[in-house]
Structure formats: C-alpha cells, structure tokens
Design a protein around this ligand. Structure first.
Ligand code: SIN
Length: 539
C-alpha cells in the first residue's frame, strides 16, 4: 500500500480521534491548538458519509430567515423528542461555523449569480431556503478542505486502514469508568496496537450497513456505538433510523443518493404512468419530511407491486440542472439515464442514524474522557426524525464545542497498560460464518425492522439476532480477529440495540412507525436509553 503509515505498537497522544468525517476532522483542527492529535480511520480518510453528503448545511443565512424558524422546523420534524437547548445551540452557532469554513478553510459555497450572497437551497421540512451548498458535492468539498488542512498540520497524524477494536477503560484496572484510548488493528499488518490518549473522541459515523439497502459507504457499520456500549456508555434512541426516500434504483448503482435538493428545486415523484402521488399523503407533497415521503413510497410500492417510483425533473431547465447538480447528472448519465429528459427511478434506502451515543452539548458521554461527535452521537438535536441537511451542521457545531472542553480533561490512564492478547486464538478456517452472518443481519433488518414495523416482525428479528450473536461470541474467543469479523461483531450488537429500542417504543413517532401502534403516545415522549448491564437488552 503506497504511502501507508504503519501504526507503532504503542503511542501516547492528547487526543485520539476515531473517524475522519466532518466531525473528526473539525474537532482535530480545533483541538490541535492545545495538544497532539492522532486520527485513525479504517479505510481511506475520504471514506465517510460526509464525502457523500450532497445537499448541504442548513443554517440561518438568508435575510428572510430567523433562528426561531429553523428551531421550529427542526422541532416539528423531530416529533417531540428534540432537546430544545441543544437545538437552540446548534442553530445559533451554525452561521459562525459556516463563516469559519469559508474564511479559515476556503470552502467556496455557491453564491447567487451577480451577487455575493449565498445561493441557499430548499429541502423537505424547512420553511425557508437555508441550505448552503457547493453544487451537489457539499460534503466532499468541505471534507477535502478540512482533510488537506489536517494533513498539513504538524500536530495531527492520520493513520489510514486502522480500525479500532475496543476502547480502553480504567474500570478494568480498578479505577472509575474513564476511557484512556483504544486498541487499534492495523489492517495492513493485522497487528493490534495500543494508543493511550488523554481524551478519546468517537467520530466514527453511522450504521447504514446494518440494512441491506443503504446510501452509506461500506465503513458505516456502527463501530463507535458498539464500542461505547461495551464499555458502559449510554446509547439512546436507536430505533430512529432515517430512510432516504430517493436513492437511484439501478442494478449497478449501489444506492447512489438522489439529493433531496432536487425535490427542493421542483422535482416531482411519480409512478411509472407519470401520475403524481404525494398529494394523497401530505399537503407539503414532495417536500414533506423524510419519514413521510419514505413511508409514502413504501406504501405506493406495496400497493402497485412496482419496483420503484420516479423522480421527474424533466420540466426544469436542462442547463440549470447540469450546473446545479453536476454529480447527480453525470452519475445518472453513466447509468444511461439523462435526468434532463427522463424521470429517475428511485427507491428508499437506509441513510442516517438519528440515535447514538448519548452526549451533552459538549460531546461528553456518560464515560469520563470519552467524547462523541457527529452521526455516532445522540445530542438530542434530531429527536425522532432529522430534518434535511441538519447533520453536517450538528457535526460542525458540536465538534467545535467538544474541542473546547477537551483541553481541560486530565489523564486517566493506569501506570501500566496491558497490550492486546490473542493468546490461544488461531487463524479462522470458517470465514463463511462472517459473510453469511453479515448478509443475514442486513436482510433481517431490512425485512423486519425497516420503514414499517410490527410487534411480530420485531420479535422475529430479536430471536434471529440472538442466535447470530451467540455464534459471533464463540467465533471471537476461538479465532484471530480481522476487520471483517470486527465489523460483523459491531454490526450485530448495533442491530440488537435497534431491535430492542424499537420493541420498547410501543407507539409511532417520527421515523419509528409501528403497524400495531399507529399513533404517538404522550407518555412515551422520552428517549429510549440503554446502558450495558442495567435493563434491556440482555446482551
Ligand atoms: C441529501 O442531499 O438529500 C442528503 C443530505 C442529508 O441527508 O441531509
């Protein structure tokens, strides 16, 4: 592997950042002012959900917009579970972060023709145009600028192809439950190193790979949530999985995202016959929130027996479409679909995890010195359903805030740290167990814990995941680990947490829709929180 830095067997640093999306990079670039940073990322630094984020960053930047309006939209879509203080913080600090990206990191957000003000996009659930963007490649443009700055900073070291195995906790050494680093598998050598850090920052992103169809890259296997849960971190609201309504339906496309911004610019959802259908489901039609649109498409597909619906952009100016959505235009064209002339075949796919490791407004988790930021965290910003383009905003605001408190956290490591032991483990001769179980989990989650759920389906999923996790446990003790197996172990635990959370919410709210409990229940307007060893699930 050219230019691949091999991880030394033992390192100490102030900040160990696990993950290289917007949150991890922005934290690193803020925290490096007061300490040495190591970023580990399990593939290339560019393999993250951030790079695929097309729509943009929601923030109050237009003259006709207001903080109150952004807060109200976020909370309405969040269906009663948003934390008001967190929402206020994120919304009010958003413009500062956008300014910082533009001025310190030279991100050139699109401006209006003949004018220096931002060209703001509109997306579902937002009552105003407030999505700042770089064409339809916002995440990539922002992440590229941040990554370049991080690579050039002498205080930040990035190790690619390095996957965290488990977090280190001083509770194992007789102390309080404080995190002081992690065991990290260097995939190029298959050796496990020990990184001891003053502060450990989980920024490992979401868990879309738990589902058969997802807009997420392969790295999104929920590792951070599984690791935090294993050392006693509180995990919240895992039942709220967002399905993006419009991913490209094509046998070779691997769920390429067709940005919500297309609907914001007038895209219409139609059946094969050309008939629109969103009017039957919501007065806001294509710009209703994602839970509503994804459920409507699911319903229409079940009723008609068709394989996909279509997003029709053909009534819009072809020059505008090519300029505003070059990525969608070129990618669709490479699959033989000219979006200026033909409707785009689309289906929903798992897209974003609204729950995660529970944190406060500074990224602090229930484990001392373990911070969590970005999609892996549950701050309370999204509640039961995230409004479009609020995720990059959350990643920026709370990683900046985490950077501030990290400075004051003291060392928590024991004087001697045990290195990783694989004593007795042998090379696996049963790799098929790993691939089979990966596939089974993703299918059962798609079929039983998807857009529409029921008590019976969840029970089926629960019994199957239990058996799979037993098999994984046995494999873990007998065989040497590798990254595929580690991902499977994490994926299975995260699937279990999603199922158990969904089972405990006997109502429908936001993204969690139950056929046998179709309405929200007032007494259930609270977070679902699980901590290992106290209450369900029995893992
Ligand atoms: C999109 O462009 O539709 C995805 C952006 C997001 O999920 O916020």
């Amino acid at each position: 592997m050219a230019n691949k830095k091999t991880l030394p067997s033992y390192i100490e640093c102030d900040y160990l950042v696990i993950g290289s999306g917007i949150a991890g990079l922005y934290f690193a670039l803020n925290a490096v002012e007061h300490g040495k940073v190591i970023i580990v990322t399990k593939k290339k630094a560019s393999d993250s959900n951030t790079w695929l984020a097309q729509g943009g960053i929601a923030s109050v930047l237009g003259d006709d917009d207001s903080f109150e309006s952004h807060i109200a939209d976020t909370e309405r879509v969040g269906a009663g579970l948003c934390d008001h203080e967190i929402v206020e913080t994120a919304v009010k600090e958003g413009p500062k972060c956008i300014k910082d990206l533009a001025e310190r990191f030279s991100v050139s957000f699109d401006t209006r023709t003949g004018d220096s003000s931002y060209d703001l996009g509109k997306e579902g659930g937002h009552s105003h145009r407030r999505v700042v963007h770089v064409r339809d490649l916002t995440g990539k443009e922002v992440a590229e600028r941040l990554l370049e700055a991080a690579k050039n900073h002498p205080g930040i070291n990035i190790y690619e192809d390095c996957m965290a195995v488990d977090l280190l906790s001083s509770a194992k050494y007789g102390g309080a439950n404080a995190c002081f680093g992690a065991y990290i598998l260097d995939k190029s050598t298959n050796e496990v190193s020990t990184i001891v850090s003053r502060v450990t920052v989980m920024a490992s992103g979401g868990a879309g790979k738990v589902y058969l169809y997802t807009s997420n890259p392969d790295v999104a296997s929920g590792d951070g949530i599984a690791m935090a849960y294993r050392i006693g971190g509180a995990v919240a609201n895992m039942e709220f999985i967002q399905f993006h309504p419009t991913c490209l339906f094509h046998p070779e496309a691997r769920s390429f995202l067709i940005s919500e911004a297309l609907r914001g610019e007038g895209g219409k959802l139609v059946l094969e016959s050309g008939e629109r259908f969103m009017g039957e489901y919501h007065p806001d039609q294509e710009l209703a929130s994602r839970d509503v649109v994804a459920r409507a498409i699911d319903d229409v597909l079940k009723r008609t027996g068709e394989d996909c619906v279509f997003l029709d952009m053909t009534h819009l100016d072809p020059v505008f479409l090519q300029k505003r959505f070059p990525n969608v235009y070129e990618t669709c064209l490479s699959y033989g679909i000219d979006i200026t002339k033909q409707p785009i075949p689309v289906v929903p796919a798992a897209h974003y995890l609204c729950g995660g490791i529970k944190t406060d407004s500074y990224g602090r988790t229930s484990v001392q010195n373990l911070l969590a930021i970005g999609e892996v965290a549950y701050t309370g910003f999204h509640g039961a359903c995230r409004i479009a383009s609020n995720s990059l905003l959350e990643g920026l605001v709370f990683s900046r805030r985490a950077g501030k408190v990290a400075r004051d956290l003291g060392w928590q490591n024991p004087s001697v740290v045990a290195s990783w032991s694989a004593a007795g483990a042998i090379d696996s001769d049963e790799a098929v167990v790993v691939s089979h179980n990966w596939d089974e989990i993703r299918r059962l989650m798609w079929n039983y814990v998807g857009i529409v759920r029921s008590t019976k389906r969840l029970q089926r999923a629960r019994s199957r995941i239990g058996l799979i996790r037993e098999e994984i446990k046995e494999y873990y003790w007998n065989f040497k680990i590798n990254s595929d197996f580690l991902e499977l172990r994490n994926l299975a635990l995260v699937a279990h947490l999603i199922i158990a959370s969904a089972q405990s919410r006997k109502e429908s709210r936001g993204l969690h829709y139950m056929l046998d409990y179709k309405d929200p229940v007032e007494s259930m307007q609270k977070d679902t929180v699980f901590v290992r060893g106290s209450g369900p699930p029995p893992l």
